[in-house]
Design a protein around this ligand. Structure first.
Ligand SMILES: Cc1cc2nc3c(=O)[nH]c(=O)nc-3n(C[C@H](O)[C@H](O)[C@H](O)COP(=O)(O)OP(=O)(O)OC[C@H]3O[C@@H](n4cnc5c(N)ncnc54)[C@H](O)[C@@H]3O)c2cc1C
Length: 396
């Protein structure tokens, strides 16, 4: 008996690995700074288009949508290989990961024609307008109002934390279209051209990198949106927020698992350096922390594969409820261990030498790691979900 993927799947992997060796951009291109998560620079557009043309952009989809009808196991292999190389298929992740599947599932034929392939081919970039000052974890409380007036909607309100809004061409924006029904039932999704008069996107500087701004406050004042840009049913927006691409979602944990493994390796290497107290790796507390992190990173990997195996058998997999929480917090813990070991040098690229991690020094990575524990449901919300839906504890 062999405990590994079958021969057909390994042939799929070999084809992908060979293709990546020939086509993936080199690390010095991949690590070029980008302006935001909707900044499609010339090389990023070309890379995404190359993936699309070769059927490696969304492998589970058919060739006309940048895929090759890959099975779920093949898609898992795809994400393993990308994660192992820290390779991103797009520099507008919300465009490929959320917008394209939503338009594919809910769009009219005209919307699919106008937006789907151009998005996949990196001709359009996107932002997602969900959160508002009074509606984050409780998204259904959103108040941005859209009033239908003949052949168009008029939108007024404010969004916040809108990633890439200042660079995006288009936005999928969730708005209240009926204030008189229970809150989940009065929400619609609109496709909004970000160049429409009345939209003011104001970037918010980030603590981790003051020169970089991805988040925005976005103000809508009497913004006119054609009626044909309603995505899905009027007042049917809540279903769209619940997302699609179930297969891909079931595999997102793999990035956390590989990040945690890389973090352990980087902490082991860091142990050979000195801090004010001597050789970092001689500190028993540090050794204990790194060993414990190693155990957790392995556990995460196995938990993910167990969940995936259940998903493949059509069973429910409570593992997936745990993985976002466990993954984002494990990566964060790794960054904190490295930051504490280095002290002030953790934020000083000159003193700590070349970054151990492609994305920058430990202290900056630690600050940035909070970005993993908040979107898509904060850690507290994840704990609520696990308590109620996995452990069956009573609601308070
Ligand atoms: C990296 C990143 C990218 C993002 N990109 C986007 C984007 O592109 N578009 C967009 O619309 N939004 C985006 N967001 C916003 C994100 O969706 C919200 O930050 C998130 O939903 C939490 O909402 P909030 O910030 O309003 O916090 P709140 O919901 O106000 O929560 C504040 C605190 O209270 C806790 N809390 C809230 N409710 C409960 C509860 N019921 N039980 C226990 N604790 C609770 C939370 O865990 C948190 O600690 C992004 C956020 C991040 C970090």
């Amino acid at each position: 008996m062999r405990l590994r993927y079958g021969e057909a799947e390994e042939a799929f992997r070999a084809e992908l690995v060979g293709w990546l060796a020939d086509h993936a951009p080199p690390p010095e291109v991949l690590s070029q700074p980008k302006r935001s998560s909707a900044d499609l620079s010339p090389w990023a557009r070309e890379w995404q288009r190359t993936l699309f043309d070769a059927g490696w952009l969304v492998p589970g989809w058919p060739p006309e949508l940048g895929g090759r009808n890959a099975s779920a196991v093949e898609q898992m292999i795809y994400f393993e290989e990308l994660s192992a190389r820290q390779l991103h298929r797009t520099s507008n992740p919300q465009g490929i990961g959320i917008v394209a599947p939503s338009i594919n599932d809910y769009g009219t034929p005209e919307q699919r024609e106008r937006f789907l392939v151009p998005t996949l081919r990196a001709e359009l970039s996107w932002c997602i307008g969900m959160s508002e000052p009074g509606a984050g974890s409780d998204l259904a409380a959103l108040r941005t109002r859209a009033v239908l007036d003949g052949d168009h909607f008029v939108v007024n309100g404010q969004k916040v934390w809108t990633s890439g809004a200042h660079d995006a061409d288009w936005c999928i924006c969730y708005v209240r279209t009926d204030p008189d029904v229970p809150k989940h039932k009065g929400i619609s999704a609109l496709i909004i051209d970000m160049r429409t008069p009345g939209i003011d996107a104001r970037p918010l500087p980030e603590l981790s990198e003051p020169d970089y701004a991805d988040f925005n406050e976005v103000f809508f004042t009497d913004v006119v949106v054609p009626r044909e840009h309603l995505l899905g049913e009027l007042n049917g927006g809540w279903a769209i927020t619940q997302g699609s691409l179930a297969h891909e979602r079931a595999m997102l944990w793999i990035d956390y698992a590989y990040s945690a493994q890389r973090a352990v390796q980087a902490l082991v290497e860091l142990g050979d350096n000195d801090n004010a107290r001597g050789r970092i790796g001689d500190d028993p507390r540090y050794r204990d922390q790194v060993a414990s992190l190693f155990v957790d990173s392995q556990a995460m990997l196995f938990l993910g594969y167990r969940g995936f195996a259940k998903f493949m058998r059509g069973q429910s997999s409570p593992e997936h409820s745990l993985l976002k929480l466990f993954g984002s917090e494990t990566v964060q813990r790794a960054m904190l261990i490295g930051t504490e070991a280095l002290g002030a040098a953790a934020v000083d690229t000159d003193r700590s030498g070349p970054p151990l991690w492609r994305s920058g020094p430990w202290g900056i990575q630690y600050l940035r790691s909070f970005g993993g524990t908040i979107p898509g449901g904060t850690s507290e919300i994840q704990r609520n979900i696990i308590a109620e839906r996995v452990l069956g504890l009573p609601r308070r």
